[in-house]
Ligand binder design. Structure first.
Ligand SMILES: [Fe+2]
Ligand SMILES: [Fe+2]
Length: 255
């Protein structure tokens, strides 16, 4: 990707986020000791991104039968991560969804949510496979890793009544995607050639995921949500800048 295209992708992301990744996080990320944590946690983030999108579709947009189709799509990945079954994942992409999902009645934005989230899920599963391939080639075994504070900390900012909860969760999704994009771009030049190319190759989809979440939040809210974007964005920047004792893909400034 050309520098100019990268800048075009990053300009709205930098405008949306309230801070850039601290240099101290980059220093930690390039420590040899943290290389396997970075990849293992990155794999977790990709899976978590697809699971969250599936959860949104299942909760808000489809009936039980379509929900089962989504669970079947996720099964090979979850078997791999939770049960160590290796064989399914690299074939799962072909399997995908067995049929288009049917939106349930009573939610006007069901089809829009399904369309954007199904594409996102497909891409996140593919990213997950790509991370696992790189880990395999480097002899880094997939081992569970305790999640950091970032996603949980952001979710605490969501309001607890509908449709505000959904709107806030979509804004949180936009923040996570935007941060991932910003961080991939910032850390890439400090990594080896393979990871550098890989991380830059992810920028386009992560920038679109950010935009898709934000568009859904605005459409579904049907009202001005700038104050929510501001509040959640401030919370996000706190989590990125406050000292963090754990190193993870989305961790704060190393304590
Ligand atoms: Fe991704
Ligand atoms: Fe993404």
């Amino acid at each position: 990707m050309l520098r100019q295209e990268i800048n075009t992708l990053l300009t709205p992301i930098h405008g949306f986020l309230h801070c850039q990744t601290p240099d101290s996080w980059i220093d930690a990320a390039i420590q040899p000791d943290n290389q396997s944590i970075l990849l293992r946690d990155h794999a977790n983030c990709e899976l978590k991104a697809s699971q969250t999108a599936m959860w949104l579709i299942r909760k808000y947009a489809v009936d039980a039968a379509s929900g089962e189709q989504l669970l079947a799509w996720a099964k090979p990945y979850e078997d791999f991560v939770y049960r160590g079954a290796r064989d399914g994942i690299f074939h799962a992409r072909k399997n995908g969804l067995s049929a288009p999902l049917t939106p349930k009645a009573g939610f006007a934005h069901g089809q829009a949510l399904i369309d954007k989230m199904v594409r996102l899920i497909k891409e996140e599963f593919h990213h997950f496979e790509q991370v696992i391939e790189i880990m395999d080639a480097r002899g880094i075994p997939y081992q569970p890793l305790e999640a950091g504070r970032y996603a949980k900390g952001l979710m605490r900012a969501a309001r607890t009544h509908e449709p505000a909860t959904l709107v806030d969760k979509l804004i949180i999704g936009a923040c996570i995607e935007a941060r991932s994009c910003e961080r991939f771009a910032k850390v890439a030049p400090h990594l080896d050639d393979e990871l550098q190319k890989f991380y830059i190759s992810l920028l386009r989809s992560e920038a679109r995921h950010y935009q898709d979440y934000l568009t859904l939040a605005e459409t579904i809210a049907g009202e001005d949500i700038r104050d929510r974007i501001q509040t959640i964005g401030e919370r996000e920047a706190e989590l990125i800048q406050a000292p963090d004792s754990q190193f993870r893909f989305h961790s704060g400034a190393p304590a």
